[in-house]
Design a protein around this ligand. Sequence first.
Ligand code: 5RP
Length: 221
Amino acid sequence: MMTQDELKIMVAKEALKYIPQHGVLGVGSGSTVVKFIEQIAENKIKIEAAVSSSIKTTKMLEDIGIKVLDPNEVEPYEVYIDGADEVNDEFDMIKGGGAALTREKILASMAKKFICIVDKSKLVPVLGKFPLPVEVIPMAREQVKRTIRSLWGDPVLRKDCITDNGCEILDVHGLSIVDAKQYESAINQIPGVVTVGLFAHRGADVVLYADEEGVHKRERA
Ligand code: 5RP
């Protein structure tokens, strides 16, 4: 029986094949992405430059000698590689377990292809068992909580967590998300919400997932 860590390493290795030979690579955040960056270093993969979704990822990339650019200096680019907390059959995702959802969504919106790298535990028929992260401006927190509670589920302030953007995270429990695009639009409309961790309007294009048998690829038709 393989551990979750071993599965993450397997999928991270496979993702190396999707790094474009030229141009900018978009890099996400989280423990699977940490393995991916370690694999880049171990295999001495050449990357011209990257855009990064978190301070932590930027540091890791720079530590292995990769130049990290400000997204404002970059045109839409080929490939964004990132993990997810949950992925459904439509390639909608819940992300933000690592609190980097806003920058991740910005980088995903600039990429021609989003490659999601996960172990099999992240594949779900219905999104929502993993509490949905919502990044909020601190002064709006209580009002956002009231609105979410009256309409959808139970928001819980994530303890000791300030995002790279100086904001807070509410984790919304008790959801069963059937129409992810609708949820994404509706929660994004609440004043004070910076980003909801639903990636449905811009979901993944390719999902690479690892299980005991190896790494499998699912691609959007
Ligand atoms: C960070 C994210 C991550 O992609 C997500 O939390 C998955 O992380 P991990 O690879 O550690 O399971 O969205 O904000």
